[in-house]
Design a binder for this molecule. Sequence first.
Ligand code: AMP
Length: 427
Amino acid sequence: MKFTDLQLDPALLRGVTDMGFEHPTPIQAAAMPPALDGRDILASAMTGSGKTAAFVLPILQRLLRRPGRNGIRALVLTPTRELAAQVHEHLTTLGRHCRVTSTTVFGGVRPAAQVRALRSGVDVVVATPGRLLDHMSQPWFRIDRLEVLVLDEADRMLDMGFLPDVRRILARLPERRQTMLFSATLPRPIVALSRDLLERPERLGIEHRAAPATGIRQSVMSVPEQRKKELLLEMLQRSEVRTALVFTRTKHRANRLAKYLDREGIPCDRIHGNRSQPQRESALAAFKNGRIRVLVATDLASRGIDVEALPHVINFDVPRQPDDYVHRIGRTARAGTTGDALTFVSPDEENELRAIERTLGRRIDRRLLDGFDLRVAPVAAPRNGAGEPRNGQRQHSRTGGGNGRARNLGTTPPKPRRHRTGRAHRA
Ligand code: AMP
């Protein structure tokens, strides 16, 4: 199928060309014909599949075909600010040759500009639920002309506890409208929501379980917790990895890792829930334009990150949920390119890794970094006289901490290598 087969307005076809799209992706080919007909959509689609254009183009086509109405005509709800910004970017590029007005609405920035845009009556609003609800409580807020609603990454909204907010928003929307729901996975509450929301929807891809895009080379490196930082540094120093999006389990770990890499001379930044919107945007921009080599992120931030041709995603920690794994590694190999997704696994994380492998239905390849000594450095070894703690650094208990430079210099007997622990920890 070609974009020209979809009877899109010429102004939109120019936008498609501006984006550099040649052929519709599978989700676009499947979703756009019914969406352009005004039908409801229930689609299981991952970030990276091209789902954004699959709903943005039908929205724009509708606005072009029936112009002149005032007030919000389309609303896209997303779980994160990053995703909202990214959807909005798609909207403005694809709609560059049309007279369509739009705004983003999310927290972390001053609301004045949003209020101005909303009061002047924009056509499309791309919003996160919390901030939109704030505006909705204002007496001037109107949304009774809404024609299209999109819930993007609905499962993530559920994970982040936004469903009550979403339901509150839904209660204020006109009932006659087109609704499109996109979700990587379809847990029960999302299925229930879809039943309430959608009328005879076109169901797309929902028989499949969440699966990573093809084109991603997945591998695992077994490494003691204490050595993860050094392994990453070594890979960066050897240029095995030139740039990478690196995921950690917590904000704290993201901060610590970024600090460590920075100290070791690797330009990097971090992006997580405690960072302000301007900080997140500047980190993402620095990563996109190559000023930093590493962007350390938590899962919260993982959905919205869209960096073209990202060659490496590294799970510094094994994700707790298999779906998070799929989402994290979905940052690489987007729209048909190839990429590497590498996961560091400590002995304590083997069970979580196995849960992921069960979800994927296969084992992930194990690999080693040639010449990298996996033995735990004797940083916390009992000391007697000569065995002073190296340079007096305070030790962090759980991650081995230290200054990250400690190497096993051969003074302690090597621990057995633990890169393949086939033991079952759980029945
Ligand atoms: P999405 O899944 O919507 O977040 O899109 C993932 C990436 O694929 C974005 O960088 C899009 O710009 C890109 N993309 C979307 N549709 C196409 C297409 N038809 N051809 C090439 N790239 C695309």
